[in-house]
Ligand binder design. Sequence first.
Ligand SMILES: CC(C)(COP(=O)(O)OP(=O)(O)OC[C@H]1O[C@@H](n2cnc3c(N)ncnc32)[C@H](O)[C@@H]1OP(=O)(O)O)[C@@H](O)C(=O)NCCC(=O)NCCS
Length: 419
Amino acid sequence: MKDLSQIKKIPLTDADAFVDIVANAYPGFRIISPEEKKKTRRSFIKLLRNPTIDHYGLYRHGELLGGMRTYDFAMNLFSMKTLVGGVGLVAVDLLHKKEKVCKELISFFIDLYRKKNAPIVALYPFRPDFYRKMGFGYGTKVNLYKIKPGDLPRGTSKKHIRFLTGRDRKAFRKCCYQYFLKRHGMFEIKKHEIDYFFKYPEAKTVVYERKDKILGYLSFVFEKTSGDNMLRNNIVIRELVYENRDVLLEILTFLQNQLDQITQIFFPTQDDFFHFLPLDPRDDSENLIPIIGHQTNTQGIGIMYRVIDTRGVFKLLENHNFGNQDCRLRLFIKDSFLKENEGQLIVHFKGGKPSLKRHADFDVEVNIDIADFSSLLMGSVNYHSLFEYGLSDISDERYVDTVAKVFGVEQKPICHTIF
Ligand SMILES: CC(C)(COP(=O)(O)OP(=O)(O)OC[C@H]1O[C@@H](n2cnc3c(N)ncnc32)[C@H](O)[C@@H]1OP(=O)(O)O)[C@@H](O)C(=O)NCCC(=O)NCCS
């Protein structure tokens, strides 16, 4: 089957065919009427002008059977600005599902970013297990809290908070960039993402400004509560960014002040400690999880990462300090989807600094699948858990702690980019 396939950038002449495939593959997008299809076509054409985004289609016998959108992202990988490939909008013609169209598209996507020297790719899965089999590892989970405004801390000031205005573009962009530089896992914001804050009236954005600098922002939409009372609304947070605790406290004070009209604040966050922030972190379910656990939030798997060049990633991170450890490690990576990436590599860590060796001695050998290795390298899982769950074997159990420290992180990766 593979020989028959051709993958190429989708030309404008096939825009309608691609829109039809997407409309059927994602019924939830509700691209049904001719107007809705035209709108999708327009956004496809608009994105053609963006040099960091491409659409590829898989053709057999000249017929478009599926496609995807690829993105060049700059990611903060342990403070190193790194090219990361993203893929989204994977869509296969309903008549040609289970014919390995998706598999070939993902293989092509991985090859494309190997050629661009990107060591890692990422995606948001429609089904986590489907992409885990292809070597993508789970990232940090996303939590959704529903907090009553009155349960948030009310600080002493909100004097630096104001609405974002059209004149703030430069300062706003700078704020986004500073945050990107600060947090492992963040992607640099793209121009069309910045437009969202300025162009869409439903998105309310308040900023924290001090000495002409924007040091944080909160973007949200209002949503009606489920009841009939049009005077009661919820706030749904789209994004919260803050440089330091003063900024956070003022933003929280702003939110706390909405308590007379707002029933709940929907807080999506990848912060595992968020439940310490509100006085009462419970959601409105009143569920008691056995034995006595008050339900606080719902959780889900979002972004997934895949290392596509295991050697390359260690070379790139040659100045990164892997937990201050001294250890000679042989990794055996299993990668059934990308055979070029499978095999062993020896890394000597000295004071945490890694150096790759072709043939050298080692103290300990670790066997691990590329999906879990990707999560381990990014810091979204610790080695103790992978070992305990039987997801990785080690030649000498006395080294479990050392390996856990090598890949240990202070802060798990976070990502605010949806694609
Ligand atoms: C989800 C969707 C993209 C799947 O597309 P598809 O073309 O039917 O999928 P494929 O036939 O390529 O199936 C994947 C294949 O890769 C194979 N595969 C996965 N990991 C593998 C590995 N490590 N080594 C070898 N093969 C592997 C799977 O076994 C499967 O083949 P099989 O069906 O013979 O078992 C398609 O159903 C669709 O368009 N859905 C709606 C839109 C959507 O949800 N998109 C995804 C958004 S992220």
